[in-house]
Design a protein around this ligand. Sequence first.
Ligand SMILES: Cc1cc2nc3c(=O)[nH]c(=O)nc-3n(C[C@H](O)[C@H](O)[C@H](O)COP(=O)(O)OP(=O)(O)OC[C@H]3O[C@@H](n4cnc5c(N)ncnc54)[C@H](O)[C@@H]3O)c2cc1C
Length: 387
Amino acid sequence: MTFDLTPEQDQLRDAVRALGRRYGHSYFVAKAKSGEHTTELWTEAGQLGYLGVNIPTEYGGGGGGITELAIVCEELAAAGCPLLLLVVSPAIAATILSRHGTEEQRKRHLPGLADGSQKIVFAITEPEAGSNFHRLGTVARRDGDEWLLSGRKCYISGVDEADHVLVVARTEDAATGKLKPALFIVPTDAAGLTRSKLDMEILSPENQFLLYLDDVRLPADALVGESLDAGLPALFAGLNPERITVAAMGAGTGRYAIERASEYTATRKVWGGRTIGSHQAVSHPLAHAAVQVELARLMIQKAATLYDAGRDLEAGVAGNMAKYASGEAAALAVDTAVQALGGAGMTTEYGVATLLGAVRAGRIAPVSREMILNFVAQHVLGQDKSY
Ligand SMILES: Cc1cc2nc3c(=O)[nH]c(=O)nc-3n(C[C@H](O)[C@H](O)[C@H](O)COP(=O)(O)OP(=O)(O)OC[C@H]3O[C@@H](n4cnc5c(N)ncnc54)[C@H](O)[C@@H]3O)c2cc1C
């Protein structure tokens, strides 16, 4: 067992950290407040190869794994730039296409995902189905060689800055009975695809949308994979990378908040010469949060290592646990940091309350803490399925 990164991974961590710090949280907040995207950071990260670290080299990527992508997610978040689209585009979409796309789909999309010139977002959630993906109502109908997609999706991140959206649908003949999902690569400017922006209480340069698919006509090769049988494995292929990278982003956010708070409490003095950090009522909650974040990081490392070793089932358990632990730790860390900073904690300037919405959402999305506990109860503890 080793807890050390390889020299290459260490270099990647240092380099991404340096890039993230050059932009920093004030950049992230300014973009969010002005309704702009973090285009400069995304473009630079793409050019430096950080967005494609997990994409095979033959398609322009770095040839690494989810361990490397988790490092990128964590370090940008630790610099105050938690980019949700890293989870959606390189983690989910690139993994699905690498593992289950046709050769033509890989050639068409992976180089652009690797250098950041292309983004593919991911749409599974629906208003009626919610956490119950078996109730998905978006239907794909064959029309000759083509497909017609109809349905509604909600909370879909980044549609306004993406070229394509990977839509999870069910085929018409599977509209009843067990879910047999099919994934489609849909251009965001396709006729019949409309969107409306949701007003979210999350300070973020990335937006969520309702998507309406009204007989969106797609060519035969919009279907991910060679046949409809690719759908279920392709969908599952995206889950572990999603959980692991979102967990890494949470851990990075937690680190960021604890660092901001620790800097402040180590110097702020309101009782004579003593720093407020010398009061254990201030330092212990921060230390407790630091322990929780570090525990989550260990689980992320385990999950990523298992995933990269091809041990998908074990990675599923570890990835869910990592996502749960990180979601809780990040929310605790940011809340604790706000408290430790007192009034300053609620200002924009000190840059911690600006993350409250994001870390709160991290306990709901992309999979809620309750659904993870259901998974652990059933698959680890052997309990009957509760839903
Ligand atoms: C910021 C943000 C970004 C998102 N981005 C995307 C995206 O890009 N693409 C996408 O497809 N989706 C996205 N989502 C959607 C997200 O994945 C869902 O919100 C999440 O899966 C929960 O579904 P729901 O909101 O419908 O909640 P519901 O399913 O309605 O659940 C509501 C509550 O009930 C609990 N609950 C439900 N069922 C059970 C059960 N069986 N046992 C115990 N508790 C249960 C849930 O845990 C939750 O607390 C995003 C959401 C947010 C907030």
